[in-house]
Design a protein around this ligand. Structure first.
Ligand SMILES: CC(C)(COP(=O)(O)OP(=O)(O)OC[C@H]1O[C@@H](n2cnc3c(N)ncnc32)[C@H](O)[C@@H]1OP(=O)(O)O)[C@@H](O)C(=O)NCCC(=O)NCCS
Length: 242
């Protein structure tokens, strides 16, 4: 009896799909129309001084299973290309182009399950001297490090790999005069906000872009406020060291 009910549901599934599709299409159309008339994007600005708290222990660079390494030349990325999953947002070619333009990529690797070689399970892209959000780039002091993007493969999330990537990146830039790390994060990205909070970053402001009729675009990036924030973070860092 149960089998028969499943069978009839199965038989009706294509029909239900067809009936639902126009409604889904209408919803998509309505959203696209609304977005073309008005859209508002907002991101939090996060900030973390690289001096950290002198009293607290340095964050770990490995968890015993994960190895993080810095790639700051396109050739170094070539050597690791076969370990980088095609399911990441950025392809190897895109990462290479970023590195060629001055970005630094941190890769997190784990040994393969079959024990043969390693697999890249996460990466982070950072760049110094720039603040970038919602399609705009602002030149800032060279000791400011901007975190463009971080991603961990879904099956490895929740294992604090984000923290290892960030601490490896921080150590690299600290040794090269980096003073503060900043980034932007969508207010709805709870996983990222949680990870950033745990890493010691705080939300210090927002950037916003409002688009009206796609013709009139009011792009709001408070560049002077951003410069002030970085100057403040650097001053605080200097105060803490004296
Ligand atoms: C943001 C991201 C990099 C965090 O990496 P991570 O190594 O999983 O970080 P953490 O282990 O510290 O987990 C952070 C939070 O993710 C959430 N999380 C935990 N397990 C998860 C899972 N299996 N799937 C999704 N999110 C999970 C939790 O909220 C966790 O915080 P909590 O443990 O305090 O509850 C990862 O979720 C990701 O790649 N997201 C997609 C890309 C993205 O949004 N990048 C940031 C944009 S700049």
């Amino acid at each position: 009896m149960a089998g028969r009910r499943d069978f009839s549901q199965e038989a009706h599934r294509p029909m239900i799909g067809v009936l639902r599709r126009p409604r889904t299409r209408l919803a998509h159309l309505t959203r696209a129309l609304t977005m073309s008339v008005f859209s508002r994007q907002r991101q939090f600005i996060t900030l973390k001084p690289l001096d950290g708290d002198a009293g607290s222990p340095a964050p770990p660079l490995t968890d015993g299973r994960t190895e993080c390494l810095i790639v700051d030349s396109p050739e170094a990325l070539d050597d690791l290309a076969t370990e980088i999953s095609a399911s990441f947002r950025d392809s190897v070619a895109a990462l290479k182009a970023r590195v060629a333009r001055g970005c630094v990529v941190c890769l997190a690797r784990r040994p393969r399950v079959d024990g043969v070689g390693s697999v890249v399970v996460g990466y982070e892209i950072a760049e110094r001297g720039v603040f970038s959000a919602l399609g705009r780039r602002i030149a800032v002091s060279g000791d400011v490090v901007f975190s463009h993007y971080v991603e961990v493969l879904p099956e490895y999330r929740g294992q604090r790999i984000h923290r290892l990537l960030f601490s490896t990146r921080d150590s690299y830039f600290r040794q090269r005069g980096g003073r503060v790390v900043c980034g932007v994060c969508a207010p709805r990205n709870h996983a990222s906000l949680q990870a950033l909070r745990r890493d010691g970053a705080t939300i210090v402001g927002t950037v916003e872009r409002i688009s009206l009729l796609r013709v009139f675009v009011l792009s709001y990036t408070p560049s002077d406020r951003i410069t002030q924030l970085f100057a403040g973070a650097e001053r605080n860092g200097a105060d803490a060291r004296t």
